[in-house]
Design a protein around this ligand. Sequence first.
Ligand code: NAG
Ligand code: NAG
Ligand code: NAG
Ligand code: NAG
Ligand code: NAG
Ligand code: NAG
Ligand code: NAG
Ligand code: NAG
Ligand code: NAG
Ligand code: NAG
Ligand code: NAG
Ligand code: NAG
Length: 413
Amino acid sequence: MGYPLEILVFGLLSTGPLWAGVQCDINLYKLYVQPATVQEGLCVFIPCNFTYDPNDASSTATLYGYWFKGGCFNSPPLVATNKPGETIAENAQNRFILSEEVEQGNCSLVINDVQNNDDGDYCFRMEKEPKAKWSFKEILKVTVKELEDPVIHFSRNLQANHHVNITCIVPRSCYLKPPRISCKTMAGNFTLRASEEQSSDSHVHSVFDFTPSVADNKQNLTCAVTYGNTSIYKETTVLLNVKYPPQTPVISSELRRPNKSSENETDVSQIIVEKGDTVILYCKAVGNPSANVTWLNRTNNIIGDNELVFSKVTAQDEGDYTCLANNSEGTNNKTFRLLLKSSDKPTSALFAVMGALSVIVVVILIIAVILIFKKYQRKSMIDMESHKTLQTPRSDSSPNDQISQQMVLCTSG
Ligand SMILES: *[C@@H]1O[C@H](CO)[C@@H](O)[C@H](O)[C@H]1NC(C)=O
Ligand SMILES: *[C@@H]1O[C@H](CO)[C@@H](O)[C@H](O)[C@H]1NC(C)=O
Ligand SMILES: *[C@@H]1O[C@H](CO)[C@@H](O)[C@H](O)[C@H]1NC(C)=O
Ligand SMILES: *[C@@H]1O[C@H](CO)[C@@H](O)[C@H](O)[C@H]1NC(C)=O
Ligand SMILES: *[C@@H]1O[C@H](CO)[C@@H](O)[C@H](O)[C@H]1NC(C)=O
Ligand SMILES: *[C@@H]1O[C@H](CO)[C@@H](O)[C@H](O)[C@H]1NC(C)=O
Ligand SMILES: *[C@@H]1O[C@H](CO)[C@@H](O)[C@H](O)[C@H]1NC(C)=O
Ligand SMILES: *[C@@H]1O[C@H](CO)[C@@H](O)[C@H](O)[C@H]1NC(C)=O
Ligand SMILES: *[C@@H]1O[C@H](CO)[C@@H](O)[C@H](O)[C@H]1NC(C)=O
Ligand SMILES: *[C@@H]1O[C@H](CO)[C@@H](O)[C@H](O)[C@H]1NC(C)=O
Ligand SMILES: *[C@@H]1O[C@H](CO)[C@@H](O)[C@H](O)[C@H]1NC(C)=O
Ligand SMILES: *[C@@H]1O[C@H](CO)[C@@H](O)[C@H](O)[C@H]1NC(C)=O
């Protein structure tokens, strides 16, 4: 290869020490750098090395390195150098840092807090007295892109109370402080199990312990990262799908009686009905995936799904029924008791007995009153008779006598 046009043009346009480089054997001036894609807000380390012709340089002279933005011509903005007293472009100050080992051919560059306008080409120049002064034709291409969101990895098959590892992957950064990564759900923060385990040059992996609960289903899991001491913050949220077995079924009843309004109850475990009533039992159980519900009778035969209908309850219907809820995660059940109110006959019999009893009591009372009355009557008759014997001779009592006697009794009583 001949002299690259760029170098020639550069050499011609340049003045002073820049001329010197053109005279050198360019094959010894080489720069190795890879294009860099960097993320806004982060710190990025761009490895770079270079070689020069030691014959051009005095071993006692200091090697100065310069990174220019855009190219090495027409007084481009200087973004980093190890030469004291140089003017650094304003928006590059304290952000672009050249390796401290330039002397060893190290042109690595650190860019802190990458900004969108850092995007572009960069040119490196070295100067070492007396003649090793060179602007390298190899250009560093920097592409700035928006900061990536954290990526969350975990088993998509989350089961309640089963531990999983949640891995949060964020872009690596070269800030002194490592990125701070945290993951949480509504219930709280996760504990960090390990960081870096499977990390790469470009990304940091943090692994968190997580044991999802039923309450975490349909809730957000958020992993967040903060970089440096700036307010650079990114988070990613995923909606959790936590599988769990059916919870205890909830049974509701609807009782329909002839010519009466229906009676509904929820969360019941038994119902007392009368023969001829119509009863509908509903069973529901929450679970994820949604539970399949069946009704079983005492002999565990499936006799219904969500609804169990007894139209006109008979004595045979009395007994226990089990609602069985089932999904891929497990089963749960609840037993319901259907009771028959003792029929109308025994109640009317009771009334009959009670009625009979009260009649008997009344009769007994009447008899007692009559008996007492008769006894009293007889006693007064005896009294009168003894009185009569004193006054009048003994005679057979006539009906008239009896009436008068009664009248006496009445007036005296
Ligand atoms: C310079 O970098 C290149 C590629 O990046 C590498 O192969 C080479 O070993 C490096 N040389 C030195 C002296 O570090
Ligand atoms: C170059 O310098 C940087 C920063 O001073 C350092 O981290 C890196 O290891 C150096 N590279 C080599 C190849 O020595
Ligand atoms: C979680 O990761 C650890 C290693 O960090 C591993 O030993 C364990 O088996 C993992 N647990 C699950 C449930 O994947
Ligand atoms: C979770 O972490 C945040 C920030 O580190 C803290 O403010 C919060 O109190 C923690 N919550 C729980 C439940 O530990
Ligand atoms: C989950 O987060 C999204 C935003 O990322 C929000 O719109 C949604 O309301 C959240 N859902 C819950 C259940 O918190
Ligand atoms: C970080 O904080 C230090 C001291 O608090 C400050 O000097 C430095 O400029 C800060 N860095 C950034 C990138 O904000
Ligand atoms: C219910 O009402 C209907 C008419 O509305 C009547 O024919 C029937 O005898 C009633 N049944 C009972 C048990 O009262
Ligand atoms: C009982 O529930 C049934 C069906 O859900 C409904 O049609 C009826 O109106 C309810 N009755 C009462 C008294 O709420
Ligand atoms: C529920 O289970 C019954 C009996 O095993 C079955 O016939 C039915 O298809 C299931 N339904 C659902 C939604 O899985
Ligand atoms: C349960 O249902 C099955 C099928 O309907 C029936 O054969 C069996 O007699 C029932 N068992 C009881 C105790 O009612
Ligand atoms: C759960 O229901 C499915 C049908 O949906 C059935 O195939 C399976 O046997 C049931 N499991 C149990 C334990 O009842
Ligand atoms: C209902 O659950 C209990 C334990 O909770 C179990 O012993 C019983 O066998 C279950 N009944 C049915 C019909 O699955």
